[in-house]
Design a protein around this ligand. Structure first.
Ligand code: HEC
Ligand code: HEC
Ligand code: HEC
Ligand code: HEC
Ligand code: HEC
Ligand code: HEC
Ligand code: HEC
Ligand code: HEC
Length: 444
């Protein structure tokens, strides 16, 4: 047997005392790693010693081992290792999770260059901002230097769709932070909140505002998140987390690592559409809800969501897109993205405000559905998009273009006609009477 450094003997002995014998012994190769790393990187070793991997004899070498031919292989004190442990490497022992993850949108999130967001990041912003912004969430394309070390311009990075030197896509450690690789940690909403927040996809904030988030913060210590199985309605009752609804098992479904498996809508697109095979996905999500709620409650919730998505699409998103298309086609604004004010108004309308609205409605965050949502969409549709379209049409000497827009999208549509005809006078009178009665105040 190899000689162990004193510190690691203490660490391992402590773990033995706490948890009994290891299911599998630590390999000789890993013991070699520990000999140095228990002093050079004590934190890594200590975290690992608290993990299920340690209990199962999965050590440094079992994960970091590499073949000499691998792009990122490096010679390291007698061993061939790689720094990145990619989904393909984890997949040697966890094939099901890896396969599901590969099929998910998460694995494809690194592919953002040729999108409108990409143009905004690279050209309107600039490359250094993309490196510390976009790619920390979406994932970088990690290149290697001649000695097998990783290119410092794309590493460190645990973006969700990282393109690894071995060609595999995704990052397990985006959620299972090294070196504990704990599922308890991944079940908590904070893990998703690194990326799912902010003005264009505030799922974290919506969740915090929802009854579910309120219950999570009140009872998080009663949710038994450390249990090996974690079934809503059996292991816990009070609150679902992001993982509960999007990934974890129920009494009838296994865990999924494809976070799209339970989504019936694409709520981030400019105009929302059903996902492929949405009926099955819908019933998978409803099955989660029914662990804690009755069928009618869940059915009614979804009716409200569907009607809200239809309102967003039909009243605002489709007209806004078509109005911009007409302005392009008739030469009122130049072709392309982000080169006139209309482009920016339209972008924020769907990408920020319209998304917030839909995410608020889907996850029970009323402030996001209305004040940060449809309120902003409506305000900018009526007070920016339409006035700007009018002004630019007139400036271009083509006032008839705006006339056409008004005719088609506003005057002949009951949901918009108030914009040109004003509010119903009866309704206005009732409102005045209401304020007078309630606050003894006159309003106009
Ligand atoms: C002889 C001592 C020694 C042994 C044995 C050893 N390492 Fe290291 N390792 C080091 C030192 C020193 C560093 C650099 C630490 C630093 O940069 O601060 C390092 C760095 C690393 C890095 C980071 C490389 C980088 O560029 O970021 C990894 C990963 C690593 N070791 C894994 C292993 C694994 C896996 C084993 C066992 C197969 C192992 N080491 C064995 C001493 C050792
Ligand atoms: C379950 C697999 C697994 C095990 C076991 C494991 N690692 Fe890692 N290690 C990773 C992953 C994953 C990363 C992060 C890179 C990535 O995102 O792919 C990493 C990164 C590292 C890094 C570079 C990052 C840094 O912070 O400098 C070092 C060094 C390292 N590991 C050392 C070790 C040592 C030492 C051991 C044993 C005590 C060990 N690892 C055990 C998977 C593992
Ligand atoms: C804070 C993390 C974060 C940052 C920074 C970020 N994104 Fe995203 N991005 C996300 C998340 C999360 C989604 C998914 C939103 C959803 O589903 O509601 C997303 C969605 C997207 C999409 C839509 C993908 C699809 O399949 O519809 C594109 C394209 C995109 N981002 C590109 C970018 C670019 C380019 C940048 C930088 C200019 C950027 N993102 C910055 C987290 C981020
Ligand atoms: C988006 C976050 C996320 C990513 C990325 C992720 N996981 Fe997970 N993983 C989870 C959650 C959450 C759980 C716990 C599910 C539950 O409640 O049991 C989990 C559980 C697991 C488990 C335990 C499974 C079981 O049934 O006990 C394994 C193994 C695992 N993940 C491996 C991986 C591997 C390998 C990858 C990369 C290919 C990966 N995970 C990527 C969130 C993630
Ligand atoms: C050499 C095989 C092996 C490799 C490589 C490996 N694992 Fe594991 N993993 C195991 C075993 C064995 C267990 C414990 C038994 C179980 O829970 O399934 C485990 C457990 C887990 C768990 C559950 C931990 C918990 O809290 O219960 C997660 C999460 C996980 N692994 C993620 C990963 C990730 C991510 C990678 C790659 C970075 C990886 N594993 C690489 C064998 C491996
Ligand atoms: C490191 C950043 C990051 C983390 C952490 C992360 N995500 Fe994501 N997620 C993204 C990005 C980026 C996208 C958009 C991917 C695309 O379509 O290109 C996304 C997309 C999604 C989608 C939409 C999938 C689809 O098929 O349309 C869901 C649902 C989701 N994430 C849930 C989660 C949950 C739940 C967690 C936590 C357990 C989580 N994510 C953790 C970055 C992240
Ligand atoms: C109570 C269950 C529940 C919880 C908790 C929950 N979600 Fe959702 N989520 C949903 C539902 C329902 C939808 C819409 C489903 C559909 O498309 O049919 C959704 C949609 C999404 C989407 C897709 C948005 C898109 O652009 O299409 C993302 C991303 C997401 N959730 C992330 C999260 C994150 C991150 C958290 C935690 C902060 C979270 N969710 C918490 C139920 C939940
Ligand atoms: C782990 C149990 C659990 C799961 C799973 C769960 N919920 Fe809930 N939900 C609750 C509890 C508890 C409340 C609080 C009831 C109250 O208001 O007193 C709640 C409240 C709600 C509310 C009321 C919101 C409000 O502001 O009054 C809605 C709507 C809702 N859930 C929808 C869903 C949907 C849709 C799903 C599935 C996508 C779901 N829930 C999944 C436990 C759960």
């Amino acid at each position: 047997m190899r000689k162990l450094a004193p510190l690691i003997i203490i660490t391992i002995t402590l773990c033995f005392a706490a948890a009994g014998a290891l299911a599998k012994p630590i390999s000789d190769a890993t013991n070699d790693c520990l000999e140095c790393h228990s002093s050079t990187m004590n934190g890594v070793v200590t975290q690992w010693a608290k993990s299920n991997h340690y209990q199962s004899g999965v050590g440094c070498y079992e994960c970091h081992m590499a073949d000499k031919g691998d792009k990122d292989a490096m010679e390291h004190n007698g061993y061939t290792i790689a720094i990145i442990v990619s989904p393909r490497d984890c997949g040697r022992c966890h094939p099901a999770e890896t396969e599901q993850q590969e099929l998910s949108h998460h694995a494809k999130a690194g592919d953002i260059l040729n999108t409108a967001d990409g143009l905004l990041g690279q050209t309107v912003g600039g490359e250094p901002a993309v490196a510390v912004g976009c790619r920390q969430c979406h994932g970088s394309i990690v290149k290697t230097l001649d000695n097998g070390k990783l290119d410092p311009t794309d590493w460190p990075n645990t973006g969700i769709g990282r393109v690894n030197p071995d060609g595999s896509k995704g990052t397990c450690s985006a959620c299972h932070t090294r070196h504990r690789f704990s599922k308890e940690q991944a079940r908590k909403p904070e893990v998703c909140g690194k990326c799912h927040l902010g003005p264009d996809h505030p799922q974290k904030e919506v969740y915090e505002e929802s009854k579910h988030g309120i219950l999570y913060s009140a009872f998080s210590d009663e949710l038994n998140m450390e249990r090996p199985r974690w079934i809503p309605g059996e292991d816990y009752f009070d609150a679902p987390t992001c993982a509960t609804c999007h990934m974890s098992a129920t009494s009838t479904q296994p865990v999924t690592h494809d976070v799209g498996d339970r989504l019936a809508w694409n709520l981030r697109a400019p105009i929302s559409k059903r996902t492929e095979g949405w009926e099955k996905k819908l019933s998978s999500m409803q099955d989660v809800c029914k662990s804690c709620h009755g069928s009618d409650f869940v059915g009614n919730f979804y009716d409200q969501l569907d009607q809200f998505v239809a309102l967003y699409n039909d009243k605002f998103a489709i007209p806004a897109k078509e109005i911009r298309d007409i302005l392009h086609d008739k030469g009122v604004i130049p072709a392309g993205n982000f080169n006139d004010k209309i482009d920016w108004i339209y972008w924020e309308l769907w990408h920020h405000e319209g998304r917030r609205a839909r995410h608020g409605a889907a996850m029970s965050g009323p402030d996001y559905a209305w004040w940060h949502g449809i309120y902003d969409v409506a305000k900018h549709f009526y007070t920016e998009l339409l006035p700007e379209a009018k002004e630019l049409s007139e400036k271009a000497g083509k006032p008839e273009v705006y006339e056409e827009i008004l005719e088609k999208y506003i005057i002949n549509r009951p949901e918009h006609e108030w914009y040109v005809k004003g509010f119903d006078p009866n309704q206005v009178e009732k409102m005045k009477a209401y304020y007078l009665e309630r606050y003894k105040q006159k309003v106009d």
